[in-house]
Ligand binder design. Structure first.
Ligand code: GDP
Ligand code: MG
Length: 162
């Protein structure tokens, strides 16, 4: 993860998170807007792909929610169409990504957040974001092959970080 970064300070800015536009977000044409928010913030896009996920992958991805009553509906919904999977990199990106998403419940999400701006119901909350650095690393492994995640130098790095 820190192989392209020379100093310790830079590798701290190489945290990664897994962000996914859900089938409702894709259908509603929100892919560009969601990508744009991360780009404009200064985060670096390291992986991007579209696919319709298998039940197996989704049951692994949402494994911690297996016992919840909404789990079968959630998995079926997530399989209902293509999702857009992304890896974003930068300082504190896991926590900041969650904050950019808003709350799980869109009705509790502030205007200005993705969920606060674009949706209403919990089961149609348009976007996923990893909830911790460990989860992020697991999710990136689940959704991307190693060679699908890019290591490259961001030339704007010096204009983003002090
Ligand atoms: P997240 O990390 O904010 O996405 O929330 P969770 O990991 O707790 O739940 C995963 C996803 O399951 C959420 O994004 C919702 O789409 C869905 N979900 C969570 N709680 C509920 C619920 O109470 N009802 C329904 N219908 N969906 C839920
Ligand atoms: Mg979650």
């Amino acid at each position: 993860l820190s192989t392209t970064n020379e100093s310790g300070a830079m590798s701290k800015n190489a945290e990664r998170t897994y962000i996914m536009v859900k089938p409702d977000g894709v259908q509603r044409g929100l892919v560009g807007n969601i990508i744009s928010r991360f780009e404009k913030r200064g985060y670096q896009l390291c992986g991007l792909k579209m696919r319709t996920a298998s039940r197996e992958l989704l049951e692994e991805h949402y494994g911690d929610l297996k016992s919840k009553p909404f789990f079968p509906g959630l998995v079926n919904f997530m399989m209902s169409g293509p999702v857009v999977s992304m890896v974003w990199q930068g300082k504190d990106v896991v926590k900041q990504g969650r904050s950019m998403l808003g709350e799980t419940d869109p009705l509790k999400s502030k205007p200005g957040s993705i969920r606060g701006d674009f949706c209403i119901d919990m089961g149609k909350n348009v976007c996923h974001g990893s909830d911790s650095v460990d989860t992020a690393n697991e999710e990136i492994k689940m959704w991307f092959k190693d060679d699908e995640v890019m290591d490259y130098k961001l030339t704007a790095y010096k204009d983003i970080y002090e």
